[in-house]
Design a protein around this ligand. Sequence first.
Ligand code: NCD
Length: 338
Amino acid sequence: MLQFEGANILSVDQFDADSIQRVFTIADQMIPYAHRKKRTRVLDGAILGNLFFEPSTRTRVSFGTAFNLLGGEVRETTGMESSAIAKGESLYDTARVLSSYSDIIAMRHPKAGSVAEFAEGSRVPVINGGDGTNEHPTQALLDLYTIQKELHHHQRTIDGMHICMIGDLKYGRTVHSLSKLLCLYKGVQFTLISPQELAMPAEVLSALEDAGHRFTVTDQLAGVMDADIVYQTRIQQERFASLEEAAQYRGRFRLNSEIYTRHYKPNTVIMHPLPRDSREEANELDNDLNQNPNLAIFRQADNGVLIRMALFALTLGVADKVSQYDTDVVWFSDKANY
Ligand code: NCD
């Protein structure tokens, strides 16, 4: 079991089944706070340093929201150009300094391994919000939490499920982290659909093999018909040498309502880490699916707040104290049903 208190959260490799269960149990307990039915001041006085050196909406804002919902305050640094890193400062120096201004740090950076490097200089726990093409552990946890909930709804389990990952599997860090986390389960079948040049890295495939999972690697949209989960991804244009190079892969694997109805089995859960690329030439997940009850993308994003609240509460050692610092919310709140 991961010793959460004071730990950095850098990779999904740190998690075993019990640690995941611990995170999910605490995440469930966060629901009334995330829905603003109750508030807690358990992190009163604590400061989150939210450092995002790459574009982000959901991850950055949900880290901040999660911390605020626990009663803490958030200091943000966004963009390389507005930080001293642009003047040549090392990650180590930045970490030494910023960690004395914060009690915990969440960080995203374009370079693989950079968040771990930063953590070496930090005197407070560091949570990886995405390091280049490498990992995105909090996204993988929220994806797994979502998968478990969605499948439970249809009396299915992660053990023995069939997941189909589609799109940019080479550069997409969310599918790398999620696949590795799924190695803790049994008999998962993977269909990995991408242009040949954007196939899942060999390192991830060998992890699936070691876990005894069956997988098919293909550039055809075959095999989706009996998937329990379809996980679409965006072509990661920022990782290519040029925008033109990325452009040739956009729009290859689209999903819309007609394809879903014609080819997918009933109740196939549709996931995407977001942002979906809604430009005409890409449109990997069409807006005409927005009313489909199996479209889980916004539930994924909502679950991100619960998972990040749980990780903050665990790493700062207050997971079992949250309700001691409770108060009721007196203003009108209608968030119970989202
Ligand atoms: C993903 C990321 O940044 O890796 N987004 C996210 O955090 N939800 C996926 C993407 O940008 O395509």
